[in-house]
Design a binder for this molecule. Structure first.
Ligand SMILES: Cc1cc2nc3c(=O)[nH]c(=O)nc-3n(C[C@H](O)[C@H](O)[C@H](O)COP(=O)(O)OP(=O)(O)OC[C@H]3O[C@@H](n4cnc5c(N)ncnc54)[C@H](O)[C@@H]3O)c2cc1C
Length: 266
């Protein structure tokens, strides 16, 4: 997975869809600078640290630069995703999807056909992503996981919307949070507002519901164990160990008293 430059509407689909993994920046920073210097308008989208990286690289303000960051709880290294793909299929994978109408489902494609499909608790990679099991080290100390944002607009999933809000995600289609931060961000939002179904909510509601708008993800106690198992025994064994724990946890969850004791012990 890598950042790419798109300069026409026809290719926009290449950017769409969240990829829950670290994205390589490659030469996009240079391409952005070149476009800005040629007076082209540029919209750069990425994780907050990637936006901050771009700004540091440019080292000056550009009126024609617009930035959007994603609320981000951390990214696993690409190596883990490559291992998961190898584990799930022998076939060539030419597209990956992390979200569909069915919700958080990992789908691997070959020639537009799904060749492997796992719900988030059936894939150790996806489970690990959601439960912060193996992010890049710096994600656990992310200095951008706070209400003060570093781009013109922040987008994410709207967790914790008030139950009296008009817009509720009743059909599980997904509900996004859009936080225009700067004047430029507000301008961008005004430009596409007509095409969106929106409801203005208090900012604090989004901050309260979305941990990553307040603090970085916590490194789990089993982080080192997982890393060690991966290094010594490989991905397959690590994956099995994680999924075994998921099964135990879900069985325990069926019994509230035992699950309460288990959580206390942990
Ligand atoms: C690694 C990661 C972690 C996230 N964590 C959270 C979270 O903790 N809480 C929360 O509310 N939302 C989180 N999100 C954001 C959420 O999943 C959606 O991406 C967001 O709501 C935008 O969805 P969308 O369907 O509008 O746009 P999408 O089409 O899904 O994506 C919007 C833009 O993000 C770019 N993008 C996709 N994946 C990456 C990536 N890996 N790195 C850099 N840019 C990328 C796309 O190219 C596109 O331009 C995370 C997203 C990512 C990629």
């Amino acid at each position: 997975m890598k950042h790419i430059r798109v300069d026409n509407e026809k290719d926009l689909h290449l950017l769409q869809g969240s990829k829950y993994v670290h994205s390589y920046i490659e030469d996009t920073l240079k391409l952005v600078k070149n476009d800005l210097e040629q007076n082209r308008k540029v919209l750069f989208i990425g994780t907050p640290c990637q936006i901050a990286g771009l700004k540091k690289f440019l080292d000056k303000e550009y009126e024609n630069l617009y930035t959007i960051d994603l609320v981000c709880h951390g990214v696993p290294p690409q190596k883990y995703l490559e291992e998961e793909i190898k584990y799930l299929t022998d076939k060539k994978v030419d597209k990956i999807s992390f979200r569909s109408q069915e919700g958080f489902v990992l789908e691997l494609y070959n020639n537009n056909e799904v060749i492997a499909k796992k719900k988030k608790d059936e894939s150790s990679y996806y489970y690990g992503f959601f439960n912060s099991l193996y992010y890049r080290e710096n994600c656990y100390e992310c200095i951008y996981a706070k209400p003060e944002r570093c781009s013109d607009i922040t987008i994410g999933d709207f967790w914790g919307i008030d139950e009296n809000a008009k817009l509720r995600d009743t059909q599980n289609k997904g509900l996004s949070v859009v936080l225009p931060i700067t004047k430029k961000g507000q301008e961008l939002f005004e430009m596409c507002k007509e095409k969106l179904e929106i409801e203005e909510r208090p900012v604090q509601e989004a901050i309260n519901g979305n941990t990553q708008l307040r603090v970085p993800s916590r490194k789990p106690p089993k982080y080192e164990k997982i890393k060690e198992t991966y290094i010594k025994k490989g991905y397959k064994k690590t994956s099995k160990m994680i999924l075994r724990n998921v099964k135990i946890k879900s069985k325990l969850k069926n019994n509230k008293i035992i699950y309460g004791i288990y959580k206390k012990i942990k």
